[in-house]
Design a protein around this ligand. Structure first.
Ligand SMILES: C[S@@+](CC[C@H](N)C(=O)[O-])C[C@H]1O[C@@H](n2cnc3c(N)ncnc32)[C@H](O)[C@@H]1O
Length: 314
C-alpha cells in the first residue's frame, strides 16, 4: 500500500492555529477523518485540543482508531456523512466549534484497495461506495439507470465529451452481461473514445470512473448541504478550511464562500453600512495550490485547491 502523506498538512495546521489558540477549550471537526493524518498532527501539536472526526467509511475509521490510539481520549470518531454535522453537534450538545477541516474525495487507502472498485487500473467488482453498508454500488447504477441519466452523470460529473458513446456501449453490454468489473468498464470506455483522442489526456477511463464515484456517493449533493452547515457551525474567530480535488467540488465551496464573505452594502459606498458587513472573511484570496515540491512527493496534491474563511461576526 502506498504510504499515506496528508495533503498540505503544515498549511492546514497554520490556517487552523489562530482559531485553536483563541480558545481555552478548542474543538475542531475533521469532516473527512480518513486515516487520521491531519487529526493526528493537530492532536499532537495542541495538547488541549479535542477533535470530532467524521468518516462514512468503516474501514477508514478502523485505521484511524489505531493511528489515533495515543490521543484517543481527545477524539470522538463518528461514522456519519458530513452533511450530518449540525445533527451530530446537536446530539453532542455542542453549538459551535473553533475549526472545521474538509479534505474531500477518496483516500489513498480506498484507491489502493482493489476490491473497493475505485481504481480503473485494478480488476475488481464495480462497487465504489465509500460506505459499503448502504446505497447503490456502481454496478447497480450501470445496470439500472436510464440512458439519459447515465449520459447526464458521465457528461456532467466526468466532463466526458464522448458520454453518449460510452453510455451506448454500456447499454449494449447490459444485454451481453459483459460489464461486471472495473477492468471491463475501463476497456469499454477505452473502446468508446476515438483513437485520436485516446492518445492525449491520460487514461480515458479516469473521467467515467470519477463520474460514477461522484454519483454513487452523491458527493456533490452532500457537499452542497454540508458547507452551509459547516459555515454556521464555526464560532466568531473560528475557521473553515477546505481542500477540493476536482473543479465541481471547488465550485461549490467557492460559491458558498463568496456568498458569505460579500458585504451587503450597495456597490459604490466607500465603507460598509451598519449591519451590512459580511460575517465571514476570506483567509485566502481565491484559492491556493500545493507547492511544486509537495506535488513531487505526493501526486495526489497536484489537483488540490485550498480555500479558507474565518467568522468575524455573528
Ligand atoms: C482524502 S481522505 C481524508 C484523509 C485524511 N485527511 C488523512 O490525512 O488521513 C477523505 C476521507 O473522507 C471520507 N469521506 C468522503 N466523503 C465523505 C462524506 N460525505 N462524509 C463523511 N466522510 C467522507 C472518505 O471515506 C475518506 O476516508
Amino acid at each position: 500500500m502506498q504510504q499515506h502523506i496528508p495533503v498540505a498538512l503544515e498549511r492546514c495546521i497554520a490556517l487552523l492555529t489562530p482559531a485553536i489558540e483563541k480558545s481555552s477549550n478548542p474543538v475542531v471537526i475533521d469532516a473527512t477523518l480518513g486515516m487520521g493524518g491531519h487529526s493526528k498532527e493537530l492532536l499532537e501539536r495542541f495538547p488541549n485540543l479535542k477533535v470530532i472526526g467524521f468518516d462514512r467509511d468503516l474501514g477508514a475509521i478502523e485505521i484511524a482508531k489505531k493511528n489515533l490510539h495515543a490521543t484517543q481520549e481527545r477524539i470522538t470518531i463518528v461514522h456519519a456523512v458530513y452533511d450530518q454535522i449540525s445533527e451530530v453537534l446537536g446530539s453532542m450538545g455542542i453549538s459551535e466549534v473553533d475549526g472545521i477541516l474538509f479534505d474531500l474525495g477518496v483516500s489513498s487507502m480506498q484507491l489502493d484497495t482493489p476490491e473497493r472498485g475505485f481504481a480503473y487500473s485494478q480488476d475488481a467488482p464495480l462497487d465504489m461506495r465509500m460506505d459499503q453498508s448502504t446505497g447503490l454500488s456502481a454496478q447497480e447504477v450501470l445496470d439500472t439507470y436510464s440512458r439519459n441519466d447515465l449520459v447526464r452523470v458521465i457528461r456532467n460529473y466526468g466532463e466526458e465529451k464522448f458520454a453518449t458513446r460510452v453510455v451506448d456501449n454500456i447499454i449494449a453490454a447490459r444485454e451481453t452481461g459483459k460489464l461486471k468489473s472495473t477492468k471491463e468498464l475501463a476497456e469499454l470506455v477505452k473502446a468508446s473514445i476515438p483513437a485520436a483522442t485516446r492518445r492525449t489526456g491520460g487514461n480515458p477511463a479516469k473521467r467515467t470512473f470519477q463520474a460514477l464515484r461522484i454519483e454513487v456517493n452523491q458527493e456533490l449533493e452532500v457537499l452542497e448541504r454540508a458547507i452551509p452547515q459547516a459555515i454556521s457551525s464555526i464560532r466568531i474567530g473560528g475557521r473553515l478550511v477546505v481542500m477540493s480535488y476536482q473543479s465541481l467540488e471547488d465550485k461549490i465551496v467557492k460559491s458558498a464562500f463568496t456568498k458569505v464573505t460579500a458585504s451587503h452594502t450597495p456597490l459604490g459606498l466607500p465603507i460598509d453600512l451598519p449591519n451590512s458587513a459580511a460575517s465571514y472573511n476570506l483567509v485566502i484570496r481565491g484559492s491556493e495550490s500545493a507547492s511544486a515540491e509537495e506535488i513531487s512527493l505526493n501526486a495526489r496534491a497536484q489537483s488540490m485547491r485550498l480555500r479558507a474563511i474565518e467568522r468575524v461576526a455573528a
